[in-house]
Design a protein around this ligand. Sequence first.
Ligand SMILES: NC(=O)c1ccc[n+]([C@@H]2O[C@H](COP(=O)([O-])OP(=O)(O)OC[C@H]3O[C@@H](n4cnc5c(N)ncnc54)[C@H](OP(=O)(O)O)[C@@H]3O)[C@@H](O)[C@H]2O)c1
Length: 174
Amino acid sequence: PQEPVRTVIIAFGVLGDPEAAWQDPRRTRAMFTVNTTAAASIGALVADALRAQRRGGGPAGRIIAVSSVAAERVRRSNFVYGASKAGMDGFFIGLGQALAPEHIRVLVVRPGFVRSAMTVGRRAGLAVDPDRVAGAVVRALDTDRAVVRVPRIFTPLMAIYRNLPDRIARRLAF
Ligand SMILES: NC(=O)c1ccc[n+]([C@@H]2O[C@H](COP(=O)([O-])OP(=O)(O)OC[C@H]3O[C@@H](n4cnc5c(N)ncnc54)[C@H](OP(=O)(O)O)[C@@H]3O)[C@@H](O)[C@H]2O)c1
């Protein structure tokens, strides 16, 4: 018999060059195709499979979807990436609410800058290694939280940054 599916991690994505991403329409489309369209399509397929498993008497299963703090307030410096992640982030937040009655949980992960293949050659403040993200995800799975930010300092920082007036936010250099 086939092993039940307990956890599905959706962690693919592309970052690309932030200026080429809006100046070259093919790159704009590619960013949204991978980060938004593919993520939501696969999320819907996974949700369908987990619901069928549950209806068949199997375990509820859960989905971990890797978004980004960049999705929380789209910034000029990487707005195509930020907007593409905002689309998938909103989808998975809503999917978690839609699946809650069936006890299928969705955790949306919003890391800041992570040192990975995606960010080779780039630098940013508050950078973390992938194992820090993994540790935060494992801890969040023990709670009922729908969202986890890594590092944790982003929770109060984003509460402020999300509410800054545009005329101030656009002057911040990040
Ligand atoms: N690194 C960061 O600072 C950071 C911060 C916040 C959020 N994130 C998010 O974290 C997730 C993982 O990123 P990462 O840092 O681990 O970057 P990564 O090492 O570049 O991993 C990205 C993954 O996405 C896959 N992928 C990209 N385009 C694909 C396509 N068209 N079809 C199939 N697979 C594709 C890549 O597969 P291949 O290796 O086969 O190309 C790779 O496994 C992404 O969703 C990213 O947006 C990253």
